[in-house]
Write a protein that binds this ligand. Structure first.
Ligand code: NG6
Ligand code: CA
Length: 503
């Protein structure tokens, strides 16, 4: 038996750890900064001229900036589900925008980016927006909040549980609401009103700004939300300092794990509604709250870059920024975003936006900086956030776990600049479940019911009773449906979608 043990040990070291030393040292740190609702045209390095994002521009000049990168979906929950699990969210029916009291969508045992990196020896943490559900049904916010990130591979979490516009408006750290007074328990309802606190509907005079559609329930910090909550007064967040709170937590995580490989999923509330950035950004963009929130996001990115510099970790850290879906201007509050656009084009001429099957729904900024391995440049390769899990796993020397990351492919060729083409296709997933397929040249949107336009957000949704086909090379704004004249291409893309769907 004896000689076998060292042999088995070295074999398992080979399987588990890719580092030549046999130890995790040398593995790159990974910081994935995930913006909320940031559009393809919202950054100056992507061509915006009415707003300047100097920190992100600097990041872009030091890394690879993708011009054809996609989130899997045009809304938050499904994109995040895909980002963490490497599975198409439309393969299940419940990966949709979740209420703030939804149970955990990703159940313990599901392989995730975090669990795979953790088994490669990484310290793993998430700071910021979650919106993937927490706990089981009927979660008691006053007790242990689980399952959640800690049950799917994160060592630590500091969360905005759902969205900034949804109750409960409290932070969750690991399994507990932060700063909760047990004598003032939290209750949450997405059905009947509970408690006697003022609501946006009954007491609009108490608001910092009014809702434009929905968002007229419990008022927290002068902003009315989706859903009702009572209690937890001492634990409630203050929107104006949320970005600072997350920045401090992110900093703390990097500092604490500076001597070991770490993975930080830093998921900002910016630039989602309610947009209420710190007063130091107020009025600075000239584009109102939405523009000021973009400046705050840029500040967030700059802060991470400065921390990595200070810790001497810049060279071997993969720093990624992207967004969970395309832009929206009025998403439910009268924050003046539309009136103050001032010629700014959040989707840079792409049709549609958040919620939409058109390109504006899922084509988003993506910048990847890794000084040690990635040459700076701009890439036209077609890439998807769906491939982030398999790529991270490969870079950490891990095989995708059995049954894990089923739809995710290693995209390191495109990341390193060796592959200017990228994926053969990406599947685009609109808020109502409608799917589209895009290739380098074509965009097909399946036929189906639904309004052409959301009158509240003024988004063109891409619904049509007839199939749509656009030539993105000659018509990137998807204005001329050529389904009739390009029947062969239409059939090809239809059967491709059927094949992928059936897998
Ligand atoms: C919608 C909300 C919108 C936003 C979105 C989720 C209304 C009328 N609209 O239902 O404001 O919260 O959900 O956005 O309630 S996401 O980026 O998290 O997907
Ligand atoms: Ca979003």
């Amino acid at each position: 038996m004896k000689p076998l043990i060292p042999f088995l040990l070295s074999l398992s070291a080979l399987l588990v750890s890719p580092a030549t030393s046999g130890a995790p040292a040398g593995l790159p740190n990974i910081v994935l900064i995930y913006a909320d609702d940031l559009g393809y045209g919202d950054l100056s390095c992507y061509g915006a001229t009415k707003i300047q994002t100097p920190n992100i521009d600097r990041l872009a000049s030091q890394g690879r900036r993708f011009t054809h990168a996609h989130a899997t979906s045009a809304t938050c929950t499904p994109s995040r589900y895909a980002l963490l699990t490497g599975s198409y969210p439309w393969r299940r029916s419940d990966a949709k925008i979740l209420p703030g009291n939804a149970p955990a969508l990703i159940t313990p045992g599901t392989p995730t980016i975090a669990s795979v990196l953790k088994s490669a020896g990484y310290a793993t943490g998430v700071v910021g927006k979650w919106h993937l559900g927490l706990g089981d049904n009927d979660l008691d916010w006053n007790g242990d909040i689980k399952p959640g990130p800690l049950e799917i591979g994160f060592d630590s979490c500091f969360l905005l549980p759902a969205t900034g516009d949804r109750v409960p408006c409290v932070y969750v750290e690991n399994h507990r609401v932060v700063g909760l007074d047990p004598n003032d328990p939290i209750r949450v309802s997405y059905g009947k009103p509970i408690g006697s606190e003022p609501t946006g509907r009954a007491n609009p005079e108490l608001l910092k700004y009014r809702p434009s559609h929905g968002h007229d329930m419990t008022i927290v910090n002068g902003i009315s939300r989706i859903g009702y909550m009572t209690g937890g007064q001492a634990a409630r967040w203050v929107d104006e300092v949320m970005a600072d709170v997350f920045a401090m937590r992110a900093d703390d995580f990097m500092e604490r794990h500076r001597s070991e490989p770490f993975f930080l999923f830093y998921s900002t509330h910016d630039i989602h509604v309610p947009r209420m950035p710190h007063p130091r950004f107020a009025g600075k963009s000239g584009l109102g709250f939405r523009g000021d929130a973009i400046l705050q996001f840029d500040w967030t990115v700059g802060k991470v870059m400065a921390t990595l510099d200070r810790l001497g970790l810049t060279e071997n850290t993969i720093l990624i920024i992207s967004s969970d879906n395309g832009p929206v201007v009025d998403d439910g509050y009268e924050d003046g975003a539309k009136a103050k656009l001032g010629g700014h084009t959040p989707a840079d001429g792409l049709r549609g936006g958040k919620y939409s099957a058109f390109e504006g729904g899922t084509r988003v900024p993506l910048i990847i900086r890794w000084p040690a391995r990635i040459q700076p440049g701009v890439s036209p390769a077609l890439v998807s956030q769906l491939d982030i899990p398999a790529t991270f796993a490969a870079l950490a020397g891990q095989r995708a776990p059995i049954g894990g990351f089923p739809d995710s492919r290693n995209a390191s060729g495109a990341w390193f600049g060796n592959d200017a083409r990228g994926r053969e296709h990406v599947i685009e997933h609109a808020a109502n479940g409608r799917l589209g397929v895009r290739t380098a040249k074509w965009k097909y949107i399946e036929a189906g019911p639904g309004p052409a336009m959301n009158p509240n957000t003024e988004t063109e949704l891409g619904n049509s009773e007839s199939p749509q086909l656009y030539n993105l090379e000659t018509d990137p704004a998807e204005t001329r449906n050529v389904a009739a004249s390009e029947a062969a291409t239409l059939e090809e893309l239809k059967s491709l979608l059927a094949r992928i769907r059936g897998k």
